[in-house]
Design a binder for this molecule. Structure first.
Ligand SMILES: Nc1nc2c(ncn2[C@@H]2O[C@H](COP(=O)(O)OP(=O)(O)OP(=O)(O)O)[C@@H](O)[C@H]2O)c(=O)[nH]1
Ligand SMILES: [Mg+2]
Length: 642
């Protein structure tokens, strides 16, 4: 089964709806008001079996200039256009505007239908045909069939159907490797079923029972039923018109312009970077910060256009812009949009989205260069650009899904290729950092460490956490991964929670060396009943600042061991005390605080912290008011390890 969607276009009263009805037997005007006034107000739908498993869905649009907004909601997803021109009237304003819209949206093909042929003399018909042919020159419909028909007599309908079949067969099948998106064009309820939304699937596919999300409001629901052209189906794919019965959501929570997609895949945005081309017959140049009506998919929101590479865009010219929206939307790069001026409401231009999660733009050469890559670059250049821009923080596959036009399989392939070529680094599962961003981070880390070592020559290294903060507070997983990578490459060394340059060593001058030795011997001599650091500093007439650092050198070199806050034991004293306690325990099985005081000849002030230290080292374990050897603990091995 193949599905192709066509849309009518053309001036009011030129016979679009009558043609659709004559062709399909379905009246696309479904509103009471439409019947009463004899005009189309909102989009209507019909379908035509073209044989050979090919169905043509038809979106019929209103021609009235006040309803161009509705026309735009209808033609967003069409494959081909049926441009209707009444033979008795010829080309009129909305013939031009609708054709311009189809051109801006890059509708690929179509044909022109001269309706009401029964009202025109053959000569006149030929004149109109010539006129239209000339008018189409240079447009995407240049050289397309021009078919004269009469909805009244049925003349020309068979010929038209033949042309439609040929055009529909030539529409390339859309791939399924894309993010599922359905711009919603209608919402209603059916008694007994609940909420139903309809639209043309813009990408990917949807299946029965799947969980879905309505964007930009981000409400979830479940697909309870699917229909295409009135028949139930179990799945619907890109390019197909579909009605989706949703479970778990109120009709009032959804409106035209919302997008149905899969949970968590898309990210609402207020800003878009894009190309912008102004129609040659736009009434005025596009000015900086001009307020416009922005149309994408089935939605319309107000926006201001910020020009990124020009003072203004002249009619018939193009430029790069940032659109700042007054309400959020969801979209993906490569989608086309249309802008209309605020007043008068006329179509003035449109373009292609390049970045759906941009930073607030400031005009710069680099921004223009970046947008040129997003517009014209190869797929891997585009992915690289996205990963590069997020810097050392990297991008996850999910971020890239939400920011690029690539389907999951294409994306996987591109990322695997870039990884293999060393352009991006995988820092965690599904998390990518650009090699150049990592390189810049390495330079920043090195600079931070150089400064740190200069400032703190007696410290063995900077804490990882401090370095992470200095580098802008990267995500911890990314940071640790990159740190390991830099360490493996030999740039820096990581020891426990400290990072240093590989070249850094704590070097003491002669005076510092002498102070260090005096400091150490004070503790060595004091054994298991050491003084406080403050007492030692006072005794040795040392200044606090420098000698605190020297004491830390002793701690870093494990010559001094911190038992608890403010209490340091010399390593030799600690080890011999520990050996004696272990020997005592081997023989007597348990030891009380009183016994340890007697054993080591120390006061309670030292005995309790020492016991707690041994507990913390998992050498002893507390049972009531006694300590026993921890099962499996080997005093000897512990000592060696310390
Ligand atoms: N004689 C004749 N009249 C036609 C033909 N097609 C349409 N009409 C008449 O033209 C009028 C407008 O037809 P519609 O089909 O409503 O025109 P439309 O283009 O859909 O109009 P909007 O949707 O409002 O833009 C109606 O009165 C039709 O009966 C035709 O082939 N021959
Ligand atoms: Mg109509």
């Amino acid at each position: 089964m193949r599905h192709v969607v066509a849309g009518t276009a053309g001036h009011i009263d030129h016979g679009k709806s009558a043609l659709v009805q004559a062709l399909t037997g379905i009246d696309p005007d479904r509103l009471k008001e439409e019947k009463e006034r004899g005009i189309t107000i909102d989009i209507g739908f019909a379908h035509l079996d073209l044989g050979g498993g090919l169905t043509l869905g038809i979106v019929d649009v209103p021609g009235h200039e006040r309803f161009v907004k509705n026309m735009l909601a209808g033609v967003g997803g069409i494959d081909l256009v049926m441009l209707v021109v009444a033979a008795d009237e010829g080309i009129m304003p909305q013939t031009r505007e609708h054709l311009a819209i189809c051109q801006l949206l890059r509708v690929k093909s179509g044909l022109v239908i001269l309706t009401k042929a029964d009202l025109a003399e053959p000569d006149w018909l030929e004149l109109v045909r010539e006129d239209v042919r000339g008018y189409l020159r240079g447009t995407f419909l240049d050289g397309s069939p021009i078919v004269a028909v009469s909805a009244k007599t049925g003349a020309g309908l068979d010929l038209l159907q033949g042309h439609l079949a040929t055009l529909a067969r030539a529409v390339p099948a859309r791939g399924t490797d894309a993010t599922f998106r359905l711009p919603i064009d209608r919402v209603f309820t059916i008694r007994g079923f609940g909420t139903v939304v309809t639209g043309t699937v813009a990408g990917g596919q949807i299946t029965l029972d799947e969980r879905v999300e309505i964007y930009p409001r981000q409400l979830q629901a479940k697909v309870r039923g699917l229909q295409t052209h009135g028949r139930p189906v179990s799945a619907a794919v890109a390019g197909q018109r579909v009605a989706v019965n949703l479970q778990g959501i109120e009709r009032a929570a959804i409106e035209r312009g919302d997008v149905l997609s899969l949970p968590g895949l898309l990210r609402p945005t207020f800003m878009l970077d894009a190309t912008c081309e102004l129609l040659a017959d736009a009434p005025a140049p596009l000015k900086p910060r001009q307020r416009v009506r922005f149309h994408i998919g089935t939605s319309e929101v107000m926006a201001r256009v910020h020009l990124l590479d020009a003072e203004q865009i002249e009619p018939g010219h193009r430029g790069y812009v940032q659109l700042r929206l007054e309400a959020p939307i969801v979209a993906l790069p490569r989608e086309r949009y249309v802008i209309r001026s605020y007043s008068p409401m006329v179509t003035i231009g449109g373009g292609e989205l390049l970045d759906v999660a941009p930073a607030k733009a400031r005009r710069s050469q680099s921004l223009v260069a970046r947008l040129a890559v997003l517009e014209g670059g190869t797929p891997d250049a585009v992915i690289e650009e996205h990963i590069m821009r997020v810097g050392p923080g990297g991008a996850r596959t999910a971020d890239l899904r939400a920011r690029t036009a690539f389907g999951p399989e294409t994306l996987r392939g591109l990322l695997a290729d870039l990884t293999a070529r060393g352009r991006v680094l995988v820092v965690d599962r599904e998390w990518y950092v650009h090699a150049e961003a990592a390189e810049r981070l390495r330079e920043a880390a090195t600079a931070a460490l150089v400064a740190f070592h200069r400032r703190e020559p007696l410290k063995p290294g900077m804490s990882k956490e401090e370095l992470r903060t200095r580098l802008g507070g990267l995500d911890e997983r990314v940071f640790l991964h990159l740190l390991d990578r830099f360490a493996a490459e030999g740039t820096l060394a990581v020891e426990k929670d400290k990072v240093r340059l590989t070249s850094h060593q704590v070097r003491l001058d002669a005076r510092q060396q002498a102070s260090l030795e005096r400091l150490e011997s004070e503790f060595r001599d004091a054994g298991v009943a050491p003084p406080s650091l403050e007492e030692v500093f006072a005794k040795l007439h040392m200044t606090r600042a420098e000698h605190q650092a020297l004491a830390q050198v002793l701690v870093d070199e494990r010559r001094l061991v911190r038992i608890r806050e403010g209490l340091y034991l010399h390593a030799e004293a600690l080890h011999s005390a520990q050996a004696r306690v272990v020997a005592f325990l081997r023989e007597r099985k348990s030891i009380t605080p009183q016994e340890i005081k007697d054993l080591l000849g120390i006061s309670r002030k030292y005995a309790i912290p020492l016991l707690e230290y041994l507990d913390a080292q998992r050498i002893t374990v507390r049972v009531g008011d006694k300590r026993v050897l921890r099962e499996g603990a080997s005093g000897g091995r512990r000592l060696a390890a310390d």
